[in-house]
Design a protein around this ligand. Structure first.
Ligand code: ADP
Length: 548
């Protein structure tokens, strides 16, 4: 029997599936052939099978390194039920229980052993690993090794040494749903992967319609209410940034006669469970939630996911929006955003000193990395390119037929021929580009005129020549920029100012009142070749405007 046939046979025998999902078979065969692997697949794509099948088919034991102690028991129980002897060693066990697992593993009775990375640092485990034949090592959530990802864990840094210290180095499979280039390089480097077969797959979801809507905050609730009203028979999730917004929006919907439940981490466990149950059993069609909602929730008929605020990264967005349309039916993922959302996100990030386990230098690296992740999200809001293409490209999966063996298998309909996917608002819109160089320069000069001392509202007023009382103390009429943008409408000036803040020409300083200051790129606005533009949706086609 070839490796190919053996893998397929094991997939059916142990897991009861009749075919592999994209990417799985290549990974299984590479590991069985003794090769290291880096598997980049979204959550839910089926990474576990990629190492569980080689584990089943290999003579010795497979060591699975996972950060999630709380999930180990379930994973291990499930494997034992399937006929694959598995166990874990972790801090939830008594010394006796641990001793029993060590003994069973030493006797060759365990095929898969799950441990957290901290375990590898203990002398007892190292002795055990030196004496026990290990056929394969699987590192789950491998991005935790990188300070450039979302969830850096310093204990992951010891995995590379552990592997290098084994008397016989087995093939290593590293798995993650995070795919930025920097993180991937770290995984390969820090885990010491040798010429790994890199597989990136499964990121496109052709049945999802991606929709980006730029909308001022005050109009968002009404937008959501209208969408919900227009889709009364559909199940949907509305993600909000704060608990307060979650509750306010739930109240609004209920008052308008659209049944909805709130879900957030501030609710009692009972209330959360009840909300979840009502949503899953279709008793209530809409859940309005913070990002606390969704982990481990398996509801296949979610027809839409609306983001009322900007998520912190494409990874987070993909995971939350991806809860729509699990059944493969057409579903819609809408992101509502505006420039001030971006400014708020940036501010939160700069003030985030939460992770006390890290040194100040490490914290700065993490902060920088989060800034870059946010830039990826901002890029998604701003791009006029196909949103499916943007998303898959972000994850390193090119939607072109030549991109690789597994990449590109799930191309959104027709994208290769027309360049238009037919399943995102950008492909169904036409954009106009507006030259706002003069506006941007005037804003920059005005920030100078006021000595970086006032907020955006006052700057807009001065530029538009307002004689409002609250400006009198500044004596604006003496300023060269007073009234300079009298001919430009106020909303446009605000828009340009916000975009300049997100692009780094300005920065908004925190305080009792936000103050507009110069950003790192401020000097560029005075350069003779400075050019600045904004893009606006000129026209959305009917399909893009209506719901699915
Ligand atoms: P990940 O670790 O990538 O988040 P899992 O390994 O937990 O994903 O798999 C997600 C779900 O997909 C599981 O229920 C799993 O049993 C199922 N699955 C995995 N591979 C296949 C397959 N080839 N065919 C059908 N279902 C699969």
């Amino acid at each position: 029997m070839t490796a190919h046939q053996a893998a397929l046979e094991a997939l059916t025998r142990y897991f009861g599936y009749d075919s592999f999902r994209p990417g799985q078979q290549g990974i299984v065969e590479a590991l069985l052939a003794g090769r290291d692997v880096l598997g980049v697949m979204p959550t839910g794509a089926g990474k576990s099978v990629c190492y569980q099948i080689p584990a089943a088919l290999s003579p010795g034991m497979t060591l699975v390194i996972s950060p999630l102690i709380s999930l180990m028991r379930d994973q291990v129980d499930a494997l034992n039920d399937l006929g694959l002897p598995a166990a874990f060693i972790n801090t939830t066990q008594t010394p006796d229980e641990q001793a029993m697992v060590f003994a069973q593993a030493a006797a060759g009775q365990i095929k898969l052993l799950y441990v957290a990375p901290e375990r590898l640092e203990t002398g007892r485990f190292r002795d055990f690993a030196a004496r026990t034949p290990i056929s394969l090592i699987a590192v789950d959530e491998a991005h935790c090794v990188s300070q450039w990802g979302q969830d850096f864990r310093s204990s992951y840094l010891g995995i590379g040494d552990f592997i290098a210290g084994l008397p016989q180095r087995p093939p290593v499979g590293a798995f993650t749903a995070t795919a930025t280039e920097r993180v991937r390089r770290d995984i390969v480097g820090l885990l010491g992967l040798r010429n790994p077969a890199v597989t990136v797959t499964g990121f496109d979801r052709p049945n999802l319609y991606f929709d980006v809507v730029k909308l001022e905050t005050k109009y968002k609730a009404a937008w959501v209410a209208r969408y919900v009203a227009d889709h009364p028979d559909e199940s949907g999730i509305v993600y909000c940034a704060t608990r307060k917004t979650t509750e306010a929006l739930t109240d609004t919907l209920n008052q308008m006669g659209h049944p909805a439940v709130a879900y957030h981490g501030g609710m009692s466990p009972d209330a959360r469970e009840a909300a979840q149950r009502d949503f899953i059993t279709d008793k209530v069609p809409v859940v309005v939630a913070t990002n606390a909602f969704g982990m481990g929730i398996d509801k296949s008929n979610v027809r839409y996911v609306i983001h009322h605020n900007l998520p912190e990264s494409i990874e987070a967005y993909y995971q939350e929006a991806g809860r729509a349309g699990r059944d493969g039916e057409p579903s819609r993922c809408t992101l509502l955003w505006n420039e001030s959302d971006i400014v708020t996100r940036r501010r939160l990030l700069d003030n985030d000193y939460e992770n006390e386990r890290l040194t100040p230098e490490e914290q700065e690296i993490v902060r920088q990395s989060k800034r870059r992740l946010l830039d990826g999200m901002v890029g998604y809001c701003r791009t006029t390119d196909c949103l499916h293409r943007y998303m898959t490209r972000y994850f390193g999966q090119e939607l072109s037929p030549n991109a690789g063996s597994t990449a590109g298998e799930d191309i959104a309909a027709d994208s290769s021929q027309s360049g238009k996917c037919g399943a995102c608002s950008n492909c169904e819109s036409t954009f106009e580009t507006i030259d706002v160089t003069r506006v941007a320069q005037a804003i920059s000069r005005c920030v100078h005129d006021v000595g970086q001392r006032v907020g955006s509202g006052k700057i807009v007023k001065i530029l538009r020549g307002s004689r409002a009382q609250d400006l009198a103390w500044l004596n604006p009429e003496r300023m060269p920029t007073f009234g300079m943008l009298k001919d430009v409408n106020e909303a446009r000036v605000r828009d340009v100012l916000s975009q300049m803040a997100t692009d780094g020409y300005l920065s908004i300083a925190e305080g009792r009142m936000p103050i507009v200051m110069f950003g790192a790129r401020a000097a560029e606005t005075a350069a003779p070749d400075f050019h600045y533009e904004i893009k606006r949706v000129e026209r959305k086609s009917e399909a893009a405007g209506s719901g699915r």
